[in-house]
Write a protein that binds this ligand. Structure first.
Ligand code: IPE
Ligand code: IPE
Ligand code: MG
Length: 249
């Protein structure tokens, strides 16, 4: 694919400084539906279209990884009817868009507790992962039944088991080693975290991986978030000075 060095759209994007990994907290589906006097589930339904739009655009821009927060471990506090509806969305999403994502070389991955989803949902997600595993374009990871603190506890348990079995020494446990045991495994560090709907918190999303990410909080409700907002966020990101604890030259 051929990219222009500077892309002329509503926002100027430097194609030489595209974030490698963008993470989205997809928030505001319920409020979007409420504004239209529709049930919350309608907002979730419309929100899935945004994932397709942004994945295709991120892929086109050369983003390596995009991770979307689709359901948190805390979201089980919601009404059963809403939770059940959300658990049916992967089937709808992949039925509609898997072919297109495949054609665009997108690889699907998953983080979270898939075993807690209904068996049909598990199968559809696993099938999408398997079918796209050789693709070399954007890695689109669904955080679904995911909690960041839980992820850290899970990684700790795996590592403790290895220590107990004598497979590793205490000094083998470095930051790099620990990171490989997180569900995100070998994904690049998150460069840019975008949360929609004007909420200013992480809600237990990727606490380790976001340690040095740039944060952008956008007022747009998730179903209305589109390429334009993505371009805006990338342009803002590119205007930031990332110092990683150092001093600017
Ligand atoms: C985000 O939208 C989707 C999920 C958390 C599953 P919400 O459902 O949280 O929408 P609001 O925040 O109530 O508007
Ligand atoms: C975070 O949104 C979880 C997802 C987007 C999947 P929530 O709407 O659940 O977060 P809180 O409850 O406002 O913190
Ligand atoms: Mg919300």
């Amino acid at each position: 694919m051929l990219f222009k060095k500077k892309e002329e759209k509503d926002y100027q994007i430097d194609m030489n400084n595209i974030p490698a990994h963008i993470a989205f907290i997809m928030d505001g589906n319920g409020r979007w539906a409420k504004k239209r006097k529709m049930p919350r589930t309608y907002g979730h339904h419309e929100g899935t279209k945004t994932i397709r739009t942004l994945a295709l655009e991120a892929n086109r821009l050369g983003v390596k990884a995009m991770t979307v927060y689709a359901f948190s471990t805390e979201n089980f506090k919601r009404e059963a009817s809403e939770v059940d509806y959300i658990f049916k969305l992967p089937k709808e999403f992949f039925n509609l868009y898997l072919k297109e994502l495949m054609e665009n070389n997108v690889q699907i991955r998953y983080i979270g507790h898939l075993e807690m989803a209904p068996i049909e949902t598990q199968k559809i997600i696993q099938s999408a992962i398997d079918q796209t595993s050789m693709n070399t374009g954007l890695i689109l990871t669904f955080a679904f039944i995911y909690g960041g603190r839980d992820e850290i506890v899970q990684a700790t348990k795996i590592i403790c088991e290895k220590y107990k079995n004598g497979e590793i020494e205490l000094d083998d446990i470095t930051e790099d080693y620990f990171e490989k045991h997180l569900m995100t495994e070998d994904l690049p560090a998150v460069d840019l975290m975008i949360r929609s709907s004007g909420e200013y918190r992480l809600s237990n999303f990727l606490p380790w991986q976001l340690a040095y990410a740039e944060f952008i909080f956008d007022e747009t409700l998730w179903p209305d978030f589109d390429e334009n907002q993505l371009h805006r966020a990338i342009a803002i990101y590119q205007g930031r000075e990332r110092r990683f604890g150092g001093v600017l030259k």
